[in-house]
Design a protein around this ligand. Structure first.
Ligand code: SAH
Ligand code: SF4
Ligand code: F3S
Length: 467
């Protein structure tokens, strides 16, 4: 059996380059504009940056005004019901664009239509959508757009379980100093609540040299904060020749000269090895921040979530990370209201939150996803109970966040300046290595640069300081 990852062939990429050229010819002198709407996680943000790259290479220009766009792409998410509802409502309003201008080309991609029932829904109820694909055919956009411009048949792509990786797709990055770099795609873990493995296919890693080259280029171009993306970055490389590990990759990245931070998104506790923790502590490039999704503090719930770790294992990783990395910032994801979660189970989650003392947490109310195991589990929890647990957990965390932020008063921290805060002319926002927001006043614009700030005030969600 060959488990190795496939890469899109140069021949296929050349075919797409021809379509790009044909579209360029067709639309030249027409000054056509494009708008990309993105929902979901950083993985989708990263994909949308490539979608924009492709659109620009075809001769479109970007617009912020969706009402005047000639080419619209909606990149969707399916992680919770709310995300799908939003996607459908966004797609719904583009009906008016097509009514105003029948030449508008509209595409939908991402995790939502990677589910067959959603692709069918788009086919039958959203007739103005020209092409639909999931997450594995992004490099074929030039072909789909060319077809739509020529009023060809609507395209609905059925994604493969093991999609290939396409290198060399152009990218237009949103920021000039923060960048996403996908190091792997897909997920093999099948946590029982999660739709991702069904919509993003099996795990596959980019070659270490391709990742390193991208990071080198970014650093050369002045990027200061680079996030390595994957649903479980800890299983990076398992499908590659020579089986490089995430620790190997981090060691190589740490050798790149320059002043920059590396973040990881996301690490699965079941695979967080000492080798990885050591690689983090030995490098001054890897941010002293670890996002370690807990999901639940109850062993019973963790088991039914198919997470492959228990409370003891989780806490031992936290302990090792804290011991080897002084002042490390911890963040996590937690689901409340998983089927069968008792009050006692929930209290165990609260206990861990209190004992780990996260800097911040992302809390989600369980949303049953069609096709997953937890969708048809018995003892679904009522919305009222979910909401009450959600609020209680956030109250507990907010106190911890506030205390942790207040403990920073008087300290001087290195921050990356992100730009002006919306309301006030001279107030800027920045982020610490641990992703905490720091506001400060300045006459000079340091956007995109590292500076040192002395913290003078703190509340639950932000720090305030002076240069
Ligand atoms: N691969 C990452 C998570 C990606 S999804 C990981 O394993 O950590 C981001 C978060 O969404 C998850 O950590 C989980 O907390 C939440 N989530 C996923 N499916 C969910 C569902 N059905 N209902 C509520 N929250 C969910
Ligand atoms: Fe979903 Fe679990 Fe995979 Fe994360 S590891 S994407 S939560 S199945
Ligand atoms: Fe959503 Fe897909 Fe990301 S379901 S959270 S966009 S992987």
């Amino acid at each position: 059996m060959n488990d190795n990852t496939n890469f899109v062939t140069p021949h296929e990429m050349a075919i797409q380059a021809e379509y790009t050229q044909k579209v360029r010819e067709m639309i030249k002198d027409k000054e056509l504009k494009t708008f990309v709407y993105t929902l979901g996680c950083q993985q989708n943000e990263a994909d949308s940056e490539r979608i924009r790259g492709i659109f620009l290479s075809m001769g479109y220009t970007l617009t912020d005004d969706e009402t005047v766009a000639d080419l619209i792409m909606v990149n969707t998410c399916a992680i919770r019901e709310h995300a799908e509802k939003r996607a459908l409502s966004v797609i719904g309003r583009y009906k008016h664009n097509k009514a105003r201008n029948p030449n508008t080309v509209i595409g939908v991609c991402g995790c939502m239509p990677a589910q067959e029932h959603r692709a069918e829904q788009l086919k039958h109820s959203y007739h103005y959508v020209d092409f639909v694909f999931g997450t594995g055919s992004l490099h074929k956009i030039p072909e789909y757009v060319y077809n739509a411009l020529n009023k060809g048949k609507r395209i609905f792509v059925k994604e493969n379980e093991k999609p290939s990786i396409a290198e060399g797709v152009p990218v237009v990055r949103e920021s000039g100093f923060k960048a996403w770099v996908s190091i792997m795609y897909g997920c093999n873990n099948f946590c029982t609540y999660c739709i991702v493995p069904y919509v993003r296919g099996r795990e596959r890693s980019r070659k270490i040299e391709d990742v390193l080259n991208e990071v080198r280029e970014l650093v050369k171009d002045g990027y200061k904060d680079i996030t390595l993306l994957g649903q479980n970055v800890n299983s990076y490389g398992k499908d590659l020749e020579g089986k490089p590990t995430i620790a190997d990759l981090l060691k190589e990245i740490s050798k790149i000269e320059g002043d920059f931070w590396i973040h990881l998104m996301t690490s699965h506790p079941k695979d967080a090895s000492s080798e990885l923790i050591d690689a983090i502590s030995k490098s001054n490039k890897i941010a002293n921040h670890f996002h370690l999704p807990l999901q639940s503090g109850s062993d019973n719930v963790l088991k039914r979530m198919n997470r492959h770790y228990d409370k003891e294992k989780y806490l031992s990783i936290v302990k090792e990370l804290k011991e080897k990395n002084e002042g490390i910032v911890f963040t996590t994801d937690i689901i409340v209201g998983f089927p069968g979660e008792s009050d006692e189970d929930f209290e165990k989650t609260i206990d861990i939150v209190k004992s780990v003392e996260y800097d911040s947490i992302y809390t989600f109310q369980f949303s049953p996803r069609k096709g997953t195991v937890a969708y048809s589990m018995e003892n679904q929890i009522s919305d009222d109970v979910k909401k009450a647990r959600f609020e209680r957990l956030n109250d507990v965390q907010n106190e911890i966040s506030k205390a942790k932020n207040e403990a920073m008063i008087g300290k001087t921290v290195k921050v990356l300046v992100e730009g002006k805060s919306k309301n006030n002319e001279n107030i800027y926002s920045s982020r610490t290595e641990g992703n905490k927001i720091v506001h400060f006043e300045s006459d000079k614009d340091y956007t995109g640069q590292f500076i040192n700030i002395k913290i003078i005030r703190a509340d639950t969600f932000a720090l305030y300081g002076e240069i």
